[in-house]
Write a protein that binds this ligand. Structure first.
Ligand code: SAH
Length: 298
């Protein structure tokens, strides 16, 4: 910055630094317009970020941690546990680098990459401030979705911030015992507690909550489960997003066939629960839900 006095430059050097994610590799999907970016951090860890281009918008799925300690047993991000939290600027720079690389503005964000945002809450909070700031990236809170595996007390804290961001809850089973089998975090927070936290979030923000439900063949896809979801969500301002489980090579979960997925959707919709089936993008480049991992196979 030659346009500021040398003494000020020296002072800035002492009190601050400008971080920089290094673009390591970009993989482009052959089946849709998805790109997966691998960024190298200063400490050589690698994180993954996915850019999804639609006709009217660009959504970026950002990572929040290197790895994850939540242990959901259908997800690749957690296979090697948590390495470390990302700093606010490291979360932000994923978007900046993607905007620069494509010379396009990112309009929507989903905090659905590697990591659990509410397990890195203070950095996530700071990131949300920066990304929303007029002098930052100026991305509206309403265009941001934060997904959590259900850390109830942090959901309450988030609600108390009263930011109009979208909250998504990974439910994956309406039964505590089954949920505990596939998501260890469920041992700490019962379904009743996390649904109450969602209701509190709705009360505070007036926003409709998304309930994510990854459909796994023979595990959580029966009619009985659909009926229990209806009972659980009755009267709540929410919609359900069904995610046919994506393949992770270390796991052997399968997605139900298409007819079965749409039958499940139909049961929920008949009970007036708005339901969508997520179109996973970038599965050929390991960019779909649950496929992001720490490091990468060369
Ligand atoms: N830690 C956050 C963000 C995770 S990724 C959370 O747990 O919500 C976003 C969604 O993808 C979550 O609902 C997660 O459970 C789901 N997911 C993870 N692995 C998946 C897989 N292999 N197939 C389909 N969905 C998966």
């Amino acid at each position: 910055m030659n346009n500021i006095p040398k003494s000020l430059r020296e002072k800035l050097r002492q009190v601050s630094y400008i971080g920089n994610l290094k673009k390591e590799l970009v993989l482009e999907s052959k089946i849709d317009k998805t790109k997966k970016y691998l960024f190298e951090l200063n400490d050589k860890n690698i994180i993954e970020t996915v850019m999804m281009e639609y006709e009217d918008r660009i959504t970026v799925c950002i990572s929040n941690q290197v790895g994850c300690r939540m242990g959901c047993n259908f997800c690749a991000s957690t296979l090697e546990g948590l390495i470390r939290n990302l700093e606010p600027w490291e979360i932000l720079d994923q978007i900046i680098k993607i905007q620069e690389d494509n010379n396009k503005r990112v309009s929507n964000l989903v905090l659905m990459g590697s990591g659990e945002p509410l397990d890195n809450f203070s950095n996530t909070k700071k990131f949300l401030e920066l990304v929303n700031d007029k002098n930052g990236l100026n991305i509206g809170y309403r265009h941001i979705t934060l997904s959590t595996c259900g850390i109830a007390p942090k959901m309450i804290e988030l609600a108390d911030l009263e930011l109009p961001i979208n909250l998504a809850l990974s439910l994956h089973s309406p039964y505590d015992d089954k949920r505990q089998e596939i998501m260890p975090v469920a041992k700490a927070y019962k379904i009743e507690e996390i649904i109450n936290a969602c209701k509190y979030y709705i009360k505070k923000t007036n926003r409709r909550v998304t309930i994510e439900y990854s459909l796994i063949k023979g595990v959580n896809d029966s009619e009985k489960e659909a009926r229990e979801i209806i009972r659980l969500l009755k009267g709540m301002l929410c919609h359900v997003n069904l995610i046919p489980v994506n393949n992770v090579e270390e796991r052997n979960y399968e997605r139900p066939d298409k007819a079965h997925i749409y039958k499940f959707k139909d049961i929920l919709e008949k009970a007036h629960i708005p339901t969508t089936v997520r179109i996973s993008m970038g599965s050929d480049i390991g960019g779909a839900c649950g496929q992001l991992r720490k490091g990468y196979k060369k």
